[in-house]
Structures are given as C-alpha cells and as structure tokens.
Design a protein. Structure first.
Length: 92
C-alpha cells in the first residue's frame, strides 16, 4: 500500500473528516534533506473534522502526529498540516 493511502486510511479512521485531501509533494523536494528515490517522503494534509472543534492549532497537529506516529518515525520526512473544524476559515 502506498504511503498516501495509509495516511488517508489512518486519518479517516481517527477523525471521520468532513473533507480530507492528502497531497504527495515529494517531487518538489528532490535533492533536499529527507528526499529518497521513489518519493513518498513529503506530504501536505488538508483536513476538516469535528474532532478539531475547540482545539488549538498545536493540539490539532499533535493529534494528527499521534495518528501518524509510525509513518513519521519511518518513511515520512515532512508533513505540512492544515487542520480545521467545520465552518472555520482555511477549510479544504
């Protein structure tokens, strides 16, 4: 299974998002730190979920990082997170 599919699966199971977009941006980082042949190292996540209501940006990031702990400890070098609750600006 591709890393992007694992990320989508774990975030869906953890947060039941209203919207979720996971972009593999590895090609933008070729030759940079953490880049590997074959990519699957750099991702950007846009997620909207009720689970983020009343949570600070840091709390939201911590929740996502915890859900993806195995990937962040392994193949994923960088993860840009845009997390919001329904009705907040910056929704995906």
């Amino acid at each position: 299974m591709r890393t992007v599919d694992v990320i989508i699966q774990k975030l869906t199971e953890s947060f039941a998002p209203q919207s979720l977009d996971v972009q593999d941006e590895s090609h933008l980082h070729a030759g940079h730190a953490g880049s590997r042949a074959g990519g699957q190292t750099h991702y950007r996540v846009y997620i909207v979920s009720d689970a983020f209501k009343g949570k600070s940006r840091i709390e939201r990031h911590r929740l996502i990082n915890a859900a993806l702990a195995d990937e962040l400890a392994g193949s994923v070098h960088a993860l840009a997170i845009h997390a919001s609750a329904p009705g907040e600006g910056g929704a995906a």
